[in-house]
Design a protein around this ligand. Structure first.
Ligand SMILES: *[C@@H]1O[C@H](CO)[C@@H](O)[C@H](O)[C@H]1NC(C)=O
Ligand SMILES: *[C@@H]1O[C@H](CO)[C@@H](O)[C@H](O)[C@H]1NC(C)=O
Ligand SMILES: *[C@@H]1O[C@H](CO)[C@@H](O)[C@H](O)[C@H]1NC(C)=O
Ligand SMILES: *[C@@H]1O[C@H](CO)[C@@H](O)[C@H](O)[C@H]1NC(C)=O
Length: 605
């Protein structure tokens, strides 16, 4: 999970947007006399509905799907269809076109367009450009790599080229952008500046600070977007405020399936549980994640959004420009290669622009993004040369990505009259292959050797200047001296981490309060190495089962290693195995010492 554009990423075709603009203008000038589409459902047909209901059933989805499709015909007439399928909430209510979902990283495009509006704001002195350096706008902007610190521009941020990996576990809902900024300099980069594109939400959070940092009113990002993008487009249901979404009584609940490990056992039914909405603080002013992934919306508003994007920034009914065309083009044109191999011959190389990837499917150029929040998945894509766009939202935390991808490609094949590819069977096979591989690689050494450091020196408080501090609590050493914090953590572990701790192994637990995690569990593997699981313990309102646990499906292969500092004798531990979330093909750090090998290093206080 984690804000991902997590489905296989996507990509590009070297087609110049300027060329598209020319052809589109010719088309737009013709005034339609008659509707080219009658009022019947053309795309979201009963047959497609049956296909979607069957998918929800065969993938054991407790949730539903919301869909918007928009298509402009040759005389400029729009066909807009929206529909809901399946279940929105645990009370059994159905998904409708008005049902609100969290769209996660599909918010990033709003962040980029907000920056674009500031860049085109002639009353801002000195003027901003896409190449303005962040350090010149935010004096406290500092990264570990001095070159990156000095030279990172708005373009580098939107195309993920600072050299930083995700580091998504460093921030909490109690953070704000000013509290993040001074901690960025301690995050270890995984690549050189501009070497490669590695997805990074933290930089989008930093970008969302622009309206506050630059405008005399110090307006928060969320209010800036509402005032300059959502209101002009009439996207009235769209909000960053949980309070407002909840009050509308239209907010979907995200469903998880405790006990279903989507990697090891992808098709077990499990029993569902709901997530309390993830991002509840901040109201209309938003919070730390607003710019990277905080938007809540429905497919009715997203239909307008898709039309606006296909019209390169213009309002779909009166044609007034809301965002300059050059800004839409900047976001939609590839700035970096996101993936040079999609693993499927139907897709071309994927480029990343700004909050948008660009690829093609069976020769049809597509531009858009995926999004994830706990319990929610989304995709919003448009096919500019085909004047077609679609938005698909899911509230299934386990298989939302697969369901959305299968539905999207099926619709695209129908609409464009393409040959049929059985993505459902492909994805089911893929899940099973991953499960078989995962089972085969989960090994335990035959003869386990204890850590070289005395066990009673390992528990205690550790700290990292970016991630903050945490306390390792020895759940499996009842004789160890316990602090007050650890007494609570250990006492709560059976109910908060039910089923997540192997009682036969030496185990430490740390409780922290991050956006994507409440606990880390360290299970002894061999010598000084522990396996790490990054978990989120989620409260229910059920006294019988007060919590459920999720998170085992990601961060596989993360390990932790202890060492003693050779001079000071102090104990520290390093996290490795892609704990930091580096991009594809980017290797972890190497080296003789723990310090060199660690993606994130914690030192005992
Ligand atoms: C442009 O900047 C002025 C102040 O410098 C501000 O009042 C206005 O809201 C800004 N407009 C946009 C679209 O950023
Ligand atoms: C959400 O709305 C419901 C009523 O629609 C209300 O009972 C509940 O208290 C609200 N929750 C929060 C956290 O505001
Ligand atoms: C624990 O880590 C070791 C060393 O990296 C690895 O070989 C093993 O498969 C991991 N075990 C689990 C259960 O993930
Ligand atoms: C495990 O330890 C036993 C006893 O020391 C030894 O006989 C055996 O060869 C060891 N096995 C491995 C795989 O190292």
């Amino acid at each position: 999970m984690r804000f991902a554009s997590s489905f296989p990423v996507l990509v590009c075709k070297a087609l110049f947007v300027a060329y598209i603009a020319v052809t589109a203008n010719v088309i737009d000038r013709q005034i339609p006399e008659q509707a080219a589409f009658d009022t019947k459902e053309h795309i979201l047909t009963a047959e497609l509905g049956q296909f979607i209901e069957d998918l929800l059933r065969t993938w054991n989805s407790p949730g539903g799907i919301a869909l918007a499709v928009v298509q402009k015909d040759q005389v400029g007439e729009w066909n807009v269809e929206t529909k809901g399928y399946g279940v929105a909430r645990s009370d059994g209510s159905k998904v409708t076109p008005g049902t609100l979902f969290a769209i996660g990283s599909n918010t990033k495009l709003f962040d980029v367009l907000a920056a674009g509006l500031l860049i085109h704001n002639s009353s801002i002195i000195p003027p901003l450009t896409w190449e303005t350096k962040m350090a010149s706008i935010l004096p406290t902007f500092e990264l570990m790599d001095p070159i990156s610190s000095e030279h990172t521009t708005i373009t580098d941020i939107i195309s993920h080229r600072t050299g930083l990996p995700r580091h998504d576990l460093m921030y909490s809902f109690s953070d704000d952008i000013p509290s993040l900024l001074p901690r960025l300099q301690y995050l270890r980069p995984s690549a050189e500046f501009r070497e490669t594109s590695q997805y990074n939400s933290i930089m989008y959070m930093v970008l969302s600070y622009l309206p506050t940092a630059i405008l005399p009113t110090k307006i928060p990002f969320t209010r800036y977007v509402t005032e300059h993008i959502l209101n002009p487009l009439g996207m009235r249901a769209t909000t960053f405020s949980y309070t407002q979404a909840n009050a509308s009584q239209e907010l979907a609940e995200g469903f998880g399936r405790p006990g279903v490990n989507s990697w090891l056992n992808p098709f077990s039914v499990g029993k569902y549980k709901t997530f309390p909405f993830w991002s509840q603080n901040g109201g209309d002013d938003g919070n730390v994640i607003s710019g990277a992934g905080g938007m809540i919306t429905n497919v009715e508003d997203l239909a307008t959004w898709l039309q606006f994007l296909l019209l390169k920034g213009r309002h779909p009914s009166h044609g007034v420009s809301v965002v300059p065309e050059s800004v839409i083009r900047k976001a939609s044109t590839g700035l970096a290669v996101a993936a040079d191999d999609m693993g499927f011959p139907e897709f071309s190389t994927t480029l990343y622009g700004g909050g948008q990837i660009k690829t093609s499917y069976k020769g049809h150029e597509m531009i858009g993004h995926g999004g994830a929040a706990p319990g929610f998945r989304s995709q919003i894509f448009r096919f500019p040369l085909d004047n077609f766009g679609l938005a698909i939202l899911s509230n299934d935390d386990v298989h939302g990505n697969e369901l959305i991808e299968i539905i999207k490609l099926r619709i695209v094949e129908d609409v464009f009259g393409l040959s049929f590819t059985d993505w459902n069977t492909r994805y089911r096979r893929m899940m099973l292959t991953i499960a078989t591989r995962a089972a085969a690689t989960t090994t335990s050494p035959v003869n386990i050797t204890r850590p070289s450091i005395q066990l009673d020196r390992l528990p205690g408080k550790y700290s990292n200047p970016s991630y903050g501090s945490l306390e390792l609590c020895p759940v499996s050493c009842p004789h160890a001296a316990q602090t007050a914090v650890c007494k609570d953590v250990i006492l709560d572990a059976p109910k908060m981490l039910s089923g997540a701790i192997d009682p036969t192994k030496l185990t430490f637990v740390a409780k922290w309060d991050k956006v994507w995690s409440t606990h880390l569990v360290f299970t002894h593997f061999n010598m000084n190495v522990f396996n790490v699981t990054v978990l989120m313990s989620i409260p229910t309102n059920d006294p019988e089962e007060p919590f459920w646990v999720t998170g085992d499906q990601f961060q596989r292969g993360v390990t932790m290693e202890f060492a003693e500092h050779h001079n000071t004798g102090k104990v520290g531990f390093g996290l490795m195995g892609n704990f930091w979330g580096a991009g594809p093909g980017v290797h972890g750090p190497q080296g003789e010492t723990l310090c060199h090998r660690s993606e994130v290093l914690f030192e005992q206080l």
